[in-house]
Design a protein around this ligand. Structure first.
Ligand SMILES: Cc1cc2nc3c(=O)[nH]c(=O)nc-3n(C[C@H](O)[C@H](O)[C@H](O)COP(=O)(O)O)c2cc1C
Length: 374
């Protein structure tokens, strides 16, 4: 019998989540510089939102080459691990559960963000188009730029990257995270391997879908070795159709997205990954995910399924009642409403989000959204 309201607890491995409202990964670009270090401000932000049943951090680079936007935090130095410890302590003090989103942007980067101004790395030397990166131009200023031409990773370097994911998971564990989520969505590195557009490799990581899923499998196995499968999640952003031509060039729309992602999720099932997170298209008038796809995911994958992308309480309840989803990410609504679960439960009005303060800056638009007095 599927649950029918967002306030029924949910079992995720060893964790009993107190509701089905999640804080999805949200890049806010407020780490301390230099060093991309999580700080007290970030600890306050996450603590304020710890009434979520489940929380995932903003995308967090696993190594210096994994960065595509200025001021995003990392998890590859001791100072970053110590910074994240403030966040996990703050969330745990409120009874929250928080996973770290492990991020590598691959080709979606710029030489100015790369060590020694080298080109970014990617499965193949194919430049990302129709997407921007964000580079620093001064201490508090930056600008959008086109990604640089990447170099293709050698087969040996792919193996080294798997190891970097493992080390990042070890760091996440020592920073006190409850688990990790692999960012395999939105055209970043793992997605670049899966995609037939951005992966033109001729070694065991390219060609057939099985080969294009090999990097995902190896990275999953590496981080499962650190946390155990129940404490690992994977995020995909399958796109089915788009009227927005630009998104096709991102390499996000596969010729057969259904077959691609159903097979990818069957792989997660075989690895016993704890949850699957699906980021749905979230721009205005974006197409809905086909019901046949939701149903197919439920058939191949038996873990927790989280959906995000323009969810309202009503839409989340509908998907919950259908039995196809368990947990729901509320992105922009959670940014603007630190007490979102309370507001949803009481049917209170929601603060609107301020788009201008989403990325970068200080406390404004970050920790100063008011909680409801009701
Ligand atoms: C400011 C902002 C930053 C985001 N950063 C990330 C990120 O770091 N990793 C990720 O997987 N998705 C990211 N997303 C996507 C969100 O997790 C979520 O899927 C999206 O906001 C749709 O949910 P919403 O319509 O409830 O906002 C971001 C979205 C926004 C608005």
């Amino acid at each position: 019998m599927p649950a029918c309201n967002l306030f029924q607890p949910l079992q995720l491995g060893l964790f009993t989540l107190r509701n089905r409202i999640a804080l999805p990964p949200l890049t806010r670009s407020r780490s301390s510089q230099p060093g991309n270090i999580p700080n007290d401000l970030m600890a306050t932000y996450y603590r304020q939102r710890a009434s979520a049943g489940f929380m995932v951090t903003e995308g967090t680079q696993i190594e210096p080459r994994g960065q595509g936007y200025a001021w995003t935090p990392g998890i590859h130095t001791q100072a970053q691990v110590e910074g994240w410890r403030k966040v996990t302590d703050a969330v745990h003090a409120e009874g929250g559960v928080i996973f770290c989103q492990l991020w590598h942007v691959g080709r979606v980067s710029h030489t100015s963000l790369q060590p020694d101004r080298q080109p970014p790395v990617a499965p193949s030397a194919i430049r990302a188009t129709a997407v921007k990166v964000f580079v620093e131009t001064g201490p508090d200023s930056g600008m959008l730029a086109d990604p640089s031409e990447p170099v293709a990773l050698t087969t040996a370097q792919v193996g080294e990257l798997v190891e970097l994911y493992r080390l990042a998971a070890i760091n996440a564990k020592s920073a006190g995270f409850d688990g990790v989520e692999l960012h395999c969505a939105n055209g970043y590195l793992i997605n670049q391997f899966i995609s037939e557009h951005s992966n033109q490799r001729t070694d065991q990581y390219g060609g057939s879908l099985d080969n294009r899923l090999r990097f995902l499998r190896e990275v999953c196995e590496a981080v499962i070795g650190v946390f155990g499968a129940e404490r690992v999640g994977v995020r995909f952003a399958p796109l089915f159709e788009t009227t927005d031509e630009e998104r096709v060039y991102l390499g996000l729309v596969e010729r057969d997205p259904h077959a691609t992602y159903v097979q990818a999720c069957a792989l997660l099932e075989s690895l016993k990954v704890g949850y699957l997170s699906i980021a749905e298209a979230d721009w205005d008038n974006s197409p809905d995910l086909p019901q046949t796809f939701r149903q197919a995911l439920r058939e191949v994958y038996s873990g927790v399924i989280m959906y995000s992308g323009r969810y309202t309480q009503a839409k989340a309840r509908e998907v919950l009642a259908s039995g196809w989803g368990d947990l729901f990410g509320f992105g922009r609504a959670f940014i603007a409403n630190p007490d979102l679960p309370h507001r949803l439960r009481q049917g209170l009005a929601l603060n609107p989000v301020d788009a201008a303060s989403l990325y970068g800056g200080g406390p404004h638009g970050y920790i100063d959204y008011p909680a409801s007095k009701a």
